[in-house]
Write a protein that binds this ligand. Structure first.
Ligand code: ATP
Length: 624
């Protein structure tokens, strides 16, 4: 419960407080540049049409009042001039009507493509990260980033918030046009616009910080929810419902408080803009009327400026509406980039030397796509030599759980790892599979440092059967093949070789039986049985069994042990088992205590040594 618990809130402040964050989107924008360019080009005629309308209406007033008019109206009668102006106004309206829909559609399309690309890259990146990252990151937090943060980013496009660029362009065009017509009124409007922009920037920053904290609280909320759902049995069996509900309520309250704050800043921006827009029109009327009375200004131009005042603040007002989505998008972008920038700690050799993150993702995809060779399981397995060379390892940099391990497992040798709980047996396996990187020393596979092997190749050469075999939603056969194109005959033969075919055939639809997520419709032992078939079909040179038969009844275990005898032939094997009776026939037993190798030898040799193994063995004999 630690990371999400109320006693340990960790809402960080947003780090990048400016628009530089949008640079993260550049590579994605580049991939969709044609659509994006078209959407941006359409903004120009839209902005021009928008700023032409006040001028046209102003010219109509000037024409009616016989005031000086623009060149294209000179020499025109009132009727023909009015006709021309109506035609021009219709033209600008037609441009607006025709293009704004197309532009909105294009920008949303680009937005959806960009967010889909980001979601894909996030998934690939997250699945490439080292186990250490998952140790410290609660699942709920990750899910929030992959789903609701990416959605918030998508909202920037779907709510039309990206139109802020057209707002800025419109404002720029309006300012240039205004200054070219009448500089005093233009200066007045600009003088109002600048401080208002300052106020908006301030509220924007406040909103952003609150929004960031709100997203953090949402992550904590999701983490707690996820933890309670996964651990529902413990929650109910230990009657933690009301205790956990109270924890949840507290996080929920903190979330609501932060959301309230964002609502406050959002409303503050809208209110400020409403007031300033009214003040701007009042100011133009006041200064304009003075200028008209002093005969420095015509009515027509004053009319144009009243419309300009409205239109200048319109984009700002819209900006306020779009503001929420943009700020939420910026926060989301920051949180998404946190994950995208999370370094891939365990890399393949060529990637570690100068490869960038993007190519890392590509390489990973490549590794996945090329991992299956259809003829592979027809070949005899190639047993490997495993050498641990003065290996030190700690999950935390200052606490070693494995100390100076130095041993060699010969090709084809069967070795058992034995030791009390927490001695470091599973950690050895995790290092061998490179789920973690050694702190000091080297692990060699057939003389080659495993850090110099592509991870796909390393993991292809070994199969690991764990105590709790994880199952995916899907049928039995796809849970054995795990995405590789094995034929049903190959799947059947793997199941037969491991003596699990009988069990599978007893299932309602045999190999086609649908399994629920995490295999909740199978028992612990049944899940383990499938893990054996999953390992056998891969025909690995190294087989690792980590408490792999612990969940099986004695009869099933003896069936599996029988199958194991053939399965382990010509393979290097590492077996971890607490029940020492199951490992008596291995070639060698390595005994660990607190991360140190303390004994090594066959069952008989170790009994003779009368050390830790002998005492563990005698204790178990006594129990049985
Ligand atoms: N992800 C982790 N983060 C931090 N410490 C860990 C992690 N996994 C294991 N440890 C610690 O490392 C030590 C060795 O753990 P390991 O799982 O290798 O022991 P083990 O010998 O396999 O134990 P068991 O027989 O109970 O499975 C233990 O002290 C454990 O608390």
């Amino acid at each position: 419960m630690t990371p999400a618990s109320p006693s340990n809130p960790s809402p960080r402040q947003p780090r990048s407080t400016d628009w530089r964050l949008f640079t993260i989107l550049f590579p994605y924008a580049r991939r969709n540049w044609q659509l994006l360019a078209l959407a941006l080009i359409l903004l120009v005629p839209l902005a021009l049409a928008n700023s032409a309308q006040p001028i046209i209406i102003g010219q109509a007033v000037a024409l009616a009042k016989n005031e000086p008019v623009m060149f294209f109206l000179e020499g025109q009668t009132l009727t023909s001039g009015a006709r021309l102006l109506i035609l021009l106004l219709m033209l600008t309206l037609a441009v607006q009507l025709a293009l704004s829909g197309v532009q909105g559609y294009l920008i949303q399309k680009v937005g959806q493509r960009i967010t889909a690309n980001i979601r894909d890259d996030l998934f690939v990146h997250v699945t490439s990260l080292a186990t250490r990252f998952f140790d410290r990151t609660p699942v709920g937090r990750l899910i929030t980033r992959l789903t609701s943060d990416v959605d918030a980013l998508g909202d920037v496009f779907s709510t039309g918030a990206i139109g802020v660029f057209s707002d800025l362009l419109t404002m720029l065009v309006l300012i240039v046009v205004m200054f070219s017509i009448q500089w005093q009124l233009a200066l007045l409007l600009l003088a109002l616009l600048l401080p208002v922009t300052g106020v908006i920037v301030y509220f924007q920053q406040q909103y952003r910080q609150s929004n960031y904290r709100a997203r953090e609280e949402l992550s904590a909320l999701n983490s707690t929810l996820q933890e309670n759902i996964v651990g529902i049995n413990v929650v109910q069996l230990f009657r933690r419902e009301s205790f956990n509900a109270e924890l949840f309520r507290k996080i929920n309250q903190r979330y609501v408080k932060e959301v309230d704050r964002t609502i406050f800043y959002d409303s503050a921006v809208s209110a400020t803009l409403e007031w300033v827009a009214l003040a701007a029109i009042g100011g133009v009327l006041w200064l304009g009327s003075l200028l008209v009375m002093g005969r420095v200004l015509d009515f027509g131009i004053l009319t144009s400026f009243i419309l300009f005042a409205q239109r200048l603040f319109d984009p700002l007002r819209q900006f306020a509406e779009r503001f929420t989505a943009i700020q939420a998008g910026l926060t989301a972008l920051e949180r998404v980039s946190d994950i995208l920038n999370e370094p891939i700690e365990i890399r393949d050799p060529e990637l570690r030397e100068g490869g960038n993150q993007e190519s890392g993702i590509r390489e990973n995809k490549f590794a996945v796509l090329t991992s299956h060779s259809p003829t592979r399981n027809l070949r005899p397995p190639i047993p490997s030599e495993i050498r641990f060379e003065h290996v030190w390892f700690g999950y935390k940099s200052d606490e070693f759980v494995l100390r100076d391990l130095d041993f060699t497992i010969r090709p084809g040798e069967k070795v058992a790892l034995v030791g009390p709980t927490g001695a470091g047996k599973s950690s050895i396996i995790r290092l061998l599979c490179r789920l973690y990187e050694v702190t000091r020393g080297r692990i060699l596979l057939d003389g080659e440092d495993i850090r110099n092997l592509p991870q796909a190749e390393l993991r292809q050469r070994m199969a690991v059967i764990l105590q709790d075999g994880f199952l995916f939603a899907g049928d039995v056969k796809s849970n054995i093949a795990l995405g590789e194109p094995y034929s049903i005959d190959e799947i059947r033969s793997a199941a037969e070789r491991t003596n699990v075919a009988q069990f599978i055939e007893r299932l309602p639809q045999g190999y086609d039986t649908e399994l629920r997520q995490r295999g909740t419709n199978l028992s612990g032992g049944e899940k383990q049985l499938l893990a054996f078939a999953r390992a056998a079909i891969r025909n690995p040179g190294i087989l690792v069994l980590d408490e792999a038969t612990a969940n099986l009844d004695v009869r099933t275990e003896s069936l599996i042990q029988e199958a194991l005898e053939t399965l382990l032939e010509d393979r290097t094997a590492i077996i971890i088992a607490h029940r020492l009776s199951t490992i008596r026939s291995v070639d060698r037993i390595l005994v660990l205590r607190q991360g140190t190798l303390v004994e090594s030898g066959s069952h008989e040799e170790l009994l003779e040594q009368n050390g830790l193994y002998a005492s563990l063995y005698r204790l178990q004999m006594l129990e049985s």
